[in-house]
Ligand binder design. Sequence first.
Ligand SMILES: *Cc1c(COP(=O)(O)O)cnc(C)c1O
Length: 427
Amino acid sequence: MGKQYKPETICIQSGWQPKKGEPRVLPIYQSTTFRYENSDQMGRLFDLEEAGYFYTRLQNPTNDAVAAKITELEGGIAGMLTSSGQAANYYAIFNICEAGDHFVCSNSLYGGTFNLFGTTMKKQGISCTFVDPDASDEEIEAAFLPNTKALFAETISNPSLVVLDIERFAGIAHRHGVPLIIDNTFATPINCRPFEWGADIVTHSTTKYMDGHAMSVGGAIIDSGNFDWMAHKEKFKGLTEPDESYHGIVYAEKFGKMAFIQKATAQLMRDLGSIQSPQNAFLLNVGLETLHLRVPRHCENAQKVAEYLNSHEKAAWVNYAGLSDNKYHKLALKYMPNGTCGVVSFGLKGGRDVSVQFMDKLKLAAIVTHVADARTCVLHPASHTHRQMTEEQLLEAGVAPDLIRFSVGIENVEDIIADLGQALAAI
Ligand SMILES: *Cc1c(COP(=O)(O)O)cnc(C)c1O
């Protein structure tokens, strides 16, 4: 599809482009493998001389159609689906970092990503320095080392809801000759397209708003094509030097701007195999077809919920960038003028125990380890997703011990507020 279409049209029409007599709706290519007419054709695929499908561990047409839609929504040039958001963030870093390398990451981060970067990848010899996203340029730049290969942050952090100054982060990354990788899960490309502000690579947990119905876990990686790997040849040897496992091809030479995704597919997917199932990709595509309708409704409802809580006597604090007194309101207006996300966080007077009691009183809003879906849901990160963190790490990650993460759905907002009201009255 051409770049002339607006996001609403892309959500509906992009990705699957049937030719004569083909199904109108994206088919599920429920096949592990693909047929060729002779041995030479297949050989050329294995040499990366020709593009084509051979095995669903690496690539599948259903997935690629959906990845193409997300790529277009983000304004990128290449994209791929992964089995989860965790896999997307892992691949995005591991595609350019190897044992002995280092990257810098905002400390306002999803708990799973914090574990992955801070603990699991460390065991693979890849180290990460966490920085305060609100620190000065000088403080953040002090974290860069000669072996630093990337800067990573979330557009709106889960669950601390810090809005990132993307342009500033892009400037810092580029001054140090590394790409800025942005996890754009909470904002979605409906509210923010990080490439327009200088980000180089975007990742998603498609499990959240993109799927939107809490049906399928998935992830995506999208490349803007803007980062010049060859200009920093020494740093990104995996892209700029021969890959012996592919007869010595050099990804950045052979694939140019497509190098990042090509390498992640041909090498990481081949070897690690965290691909999204075509069935889940199909469901994700159904979700994407209404993303442009759901996201504004989430934001509208969340704004009303945040205003209600903000004026409630039992609330100790409310964090939502849409509130005019919020620390991130100005940044939100710059990067997300149409709204941020449907997630509101708050604490209650009386602290952690009262927060937990309150949650148990909710009737409509369910306690689930999920966020950003059509149904209103709620979670206490200190007791759930961020349970493994010490009190000190929690505060560093911007997760107050009493923080309630309230994910506002797309029900009638009066019913959501009534549920909050009865639970608040009961504590
Ligand atoms: C949920 C989430 C992830 C992890 O995604 P999964 O699909 O659960 O693996 C990563 N980043 C953010 C911001 C998330 O909210």
